[in-house]
Design a protein around this ligand. Structure first.
Ligand SMILES: *Cc1c(COP(=O)(O)O)cnc(C)c1O
Length: 347
């Protein structure tokens, strides 16, 4: 702490990202990266950007990427916002859409960045308990609120909420924005983007970090009514006009255009997930149903934190959260079949 800090900085509680180890031999199953590389077409598009043109600023609106996303989802480019990772997109949404003097609602077990943004922007919140099976029950959200946010599938549980339930939530809250964080939707769910034309209070965010294997590039997006998008554009243009560089715009657009590679790698991750769940169950683990590229599992006779430590000693890193209700669980990213085998061997 220092006298030079703005007073509120003293009370900020920042997000703690999963470890990025320096040792490359480790089987890294802790931050939900994709085990397969990005689309070769995305890599070629990025290489083509490495030229003299880098002396020029990028397109501040990322039009090329907005068009690719709009095309992929059958929406209009003015319904699309793009940013430097979906974390940045979420931050702008919290800043621009959730400051209404009423509590923001989100699940008690969820993405731990949400309370951090509330702290940053002075937003009051209520954490709504998941049910005993770690599922969201939308009936629990029938209370006064200044907005609702949840990941779908949820993180770190991997559990999916169906589109009918999301529609019930949208209909019950016509005066609040419902933000659906679809970081993992491509691994087993149906995107709520299908509903944006019917619900002006729906904003859907996505990332290229997971299903499109571009965590290192930092690109995220949101889709919703143009009025919601305009709020995000105003925040963005009051903060950083160029959140996406030339390489990111080119690579992300090409990744969206290569539907075939995307679908194939998602299918491989899903097949590996089902194999891993079956093998973990044979070892006595209880595994929550997952629609994501990770599983959330606990063993009735083994302590979660100890398991994570012992796995690390054997060169396998998974994520353990020292949090109420879930401190016996391990969150394990789906790796290649070889990586998953190394995990099972270590267990
Ligand atoms: C990974 C993740 C994000 C962040 O994605 P970036 O685009 O890499 O910032 C957002 N929400 C959830 C739930 C995530 O797991």
């Amino acid at each position: 702490m220092s006298k030079f800090w703005s007073p509120f900085v003293k009370d900020l509680v920042p997000y703690v990202p999963g470890e990025q180890p320096k040792l490359s031999r480790l089987v890294k199953l802790n931050t939900n990266e994709n085990p397969y590389g990005p689309s070769p077409k995305a890599i070629a598009a990025m290489q083509a950007e490495l030229s003299d043109s880098l002396r020029l600023y990028p397109d501040p609106n990322g039009e090329r990427l907005k068009r690719a996303v709009a095309e992929h989802y059958g929406v209009r480019p003015e319904q699309v916002f793009v940013g430097n990772g979906s974390d940045e997109v979420l931050a702008h949404a919290f800043h621009g859409l959730f400051q209404h003097g009423k509590p923001l609602l989100f699940p008690d077990v969820t993405y731990s960045f949400y309370p951090v943004y509330c702290g940053l922007y002075g937003i009051e919140y209520e954490a709504i308990a998941l049910d005993d099976n770690f599922q969201v029950d939308v009936a629990d959200y029938a209370r006064p609120n200044g907005g609702i946010v949840f990941p779908n599938p949820n993180a770190p549980t991997g559990c999916l909420l169906g589109l009918e339930a999301i529609e019930r939530l949208l209909q019950a809250n016509p005066d609040s924005v419902v933000l659906v964080d679809e970081a993992y939707i491509d691994f087993g769910g149906e995107s709520a983007i299908a509903l944006v034309d019917r619900y002006p209070n729906l904003l859907v965010s996505q990332t290229l970090s997971k299903s499109r294997s571009l965590a290192g590039l930092r690109v995220g997006l949101a889709v919703g009514h143009p009025d919601l998008i305009e709020a995000l554009e105003r925040i963005k243009n009051s903060f950083n006009s160029y959140p996406l560089d030339r390489i990111a715009i080119a690579g992300a657009a090409a990744a969206f255009e290569d539907r075939e590679y995307f679908e194939q790698t998602c299918r491989q991750v899903i097949a590996s997930r089902e194999d891993l769940i079956a093998s973990m169950q044979k070892l006595g683990f209880e595994v929550l149903p997952s629609a994501a590229n990770f599983i959330f599992a606990r063993h009735p006779q083994r302590d979660g934190r100890q398991l994570a430590e012992q796995l690390r000693e054997q060169g396998v890193i998974v994520r353990h959260f020292k949090l109420p209700r879930v401190d016996q669980f391990l969150r394990i990213t789906i790796g290649t079949p070889e990586q998953n085998q190394a995990l099972l061997q270590a267990l």
